[in-house]
Design a protein around this ligand. Structure first.
Ligand code: PEP
Length: 250
């Protein structure tokens, strides 16, 4: 049985004071123990978040990292730094990083390998844009992204990875995918992993859906057999919404 994981990607929101506020509110909420809950604040709020989350069941993740341990990479943050702060997860290859910061599949693969080498669990984002969807390229594009991201990993690493299928046209638009459509692509991702690493491994990998997930539609995704949680952007910025997403069964 895969434990579902719901992660909040705060993007470039929430300075230290706002982080304190949001986490205080989340800590006051009762969260479903059936779900693994993770928050991913911006770098500058990570250490504050780490302190506030001590003793809670909420895990900490970062939104990006460089693949090197240290070096002359101005403006970058290394996996060792994230580990030292207390991160367990790191989002890799979010479409906004691919789109605005030129992250390639090769860079994503470097980062995924480096995350594992530093005992961080990558949440790897894949997904097509609207044009690719209209051109019927979703399956080939996602196949390519998944295969490249996982290239050179061991079976032990692959079984711990989290993949987020995030159709770009659904991110921040208020237009989410249909549960069944997302399930179909996520099944494809699981089949790709089964082909490359074996069925047993593929059955252990948690694959989330992301893209305009809200309290009103989370159930539709969580009811799908292949979907193991969600990566939530906008709706993770308010405790009441994120709490309602995590507690969607109530
Ligand atoms: C995201 O940033 O990963 C995301 C899914 O954003 P939103 O939920 O706002 O669409």
């Amino acid at each position: 049985m895969r434990k579902p994981i719901i992660a909040g990607n705060w993007k470039m929101h929430k300075g230290i004071e706002e982080t304190r506020q949001l986490l205080r509110e989340l800590k006051d909420m009762e969260m479903s123990p059936e779900i693994e809950v993770v928050v991913c604040p911006p770098f500058t709020s990570l250490s504050e978040a780490a302190e506030l989350l001590v003793g809670t069941a909420i895990g900490l993740g970062a939104q990006n990292m460089h693949w090197e341990r240290s070096g002359a990479y101005t403006g970058e943050v290394s996996p060792c730094m994230l580990k030292e702060i207390g991160c367990k997860y790191v989002i890799i290859g979010h479409s906004e990083r691919r789109q605005y910061f030129g992250e390639t599949d090769e860079m994503v693969n470097f980062k995924v390998k480096s995350a594992f080498n530093h005992d961080l669990i990558p949440i790897v984002c894949v997904g097509e844009n609207l044009e690719q969807r209209k051109n019927g390229e979703t399956k080939s594009l996602v196949t390519n992204q998944v295969k490249k991201a996982l290239e050179g990993l061991t079976e032990k690493q692959v079984e711990r990875i989290v993949i987020a299928y995030e159709p770009i046209w659904a991110i921040g638009t208020g237009v989410s995918a249909k549960g069944e459509d997302a399930n179909e692509v996520i099944k494809l991702i699981r089949d790709i992993i089964a082909g490359d690493f074996g069925k047993d491994i593929s059955q252990k990998v948690r694959i989330q859906y992301g893209g305009s997930v809200k309290p009103g539609n989370i159930k539709e995704f969580m009811e799908q057999p292949e979907i193991d949680g969600a990566l939530v952007g906008g709706a993770s910025l308010k405790a009441v919404d994120f709490g309602a997403i995590v507690n969607y069964k109530k």
